[in-house]
Design a protein around this ligand. Structure first.
Ligand code: NI
Length: 171
C-alpha cells in the first residue's frame, strides 16, 4: 500500500470535476486501499479521489469510532435528501479550518461497490453529512464554498501563505 499526498486548498486541481469509473479494475481496487490508508493516517473520516489528485468518482468513508468500518463508494449519486441540520465540518484538503455548514439531515445514496454491484445506503447523522461533503468534492466543490466571501478570503490568505512557506522549504 502507498500513502498518497493530499492536495490542499487553494490548489486548483481540487476544482476539477471527477469522471465516472467505467470498470472496477485491480488498479481501482488498489486506489481505494491506498485512499483508505491515507485517510486513516491523516485522521480523516472521508476522502474523495480528487483530493489525492485522482480525478475519478471514488470516495472512501469511515465514520466509526474504531475506524474499522470502511465504506467504498464508486460513482455515488444522492437520490433522495430531506431535513436540514448544521454541524461543524473540516476537510483534509483545508487544514486547520472548521466551519458550521448546513446540509440535508437524511440522504439516500446509490453507488457501485468493489464487486461492481449496485448498492444503496440510507444515511443520517455524521454519515449523511460526510457523504454530502465527499460528493461535493467530486464536483470540485469544497465546504468553504458555502461560507461568506469574506471568510473564504481569510482562509485563502492564510492557507496560500502556508503553501508558499512549505514550497520554499522544499526548494
Ligand atoms: Ni473534504
Amino acid at each position: 500500500m502507498t500513502l498518497l499526498s493530499v492536495l490542499h486548498f487553494p490548489d486548483k486541481r481540487l476544482r476539477i470535476v471527477a469522471k465516472p469509473v467505467n470498470k472496477i479494475t485491480s488498479e481501482i481496487k488498489q486506489t481505494t486501499k491506498d485512499m483508505l490508508e491515507t485517510m486513516y493516517k491523516e485522521h480523516g473520516i472521508g476522502l474523495a479521489a480528487i483530493q489525492v489528485n485522482i480525478h475519478k468518482r471514488i470516495i472512501v468513508i469511515d465514520v466509526s469510532k474504531e475506524g474499522d468500518q470502511p465504506i467504498v463508494l464508486i460513482n455515488p449519486l444522492i437520490t433522495t435528501q430531506s431535513g436540514e441540520e448544521e454541524s461543524e465540518e473540516g476537510c483534509l484538503s483545508v487544514p486547520e479550518t472548521k466551519a458550521n455548514i448546513k446540509r440535508s439531515e437524511f440522504v439516500t445514496v446509490q453507488f457501485i461497490d468493489l464487486e461492481g454491484k449496485d448498492k444503496e445506503i440510507q444515511a443520517d447523522g455524521l454519515l449523511a453529512i460526510c457523504i454530502q461533503h465527499e460528493l461535493d468534492h467530486l464536483e470540485g466543490r469544497l465546504f468553504i464554498d458555502y461560507l461568506s466571501k469574506l471568510k473564504q478570503k481569510r482562509i485563502y490568505t492564510r492557507l496560500e501563505k502556508n503553501q508558499r512557506i512549505n514550497q520554499n522549504l522544499k526548494e
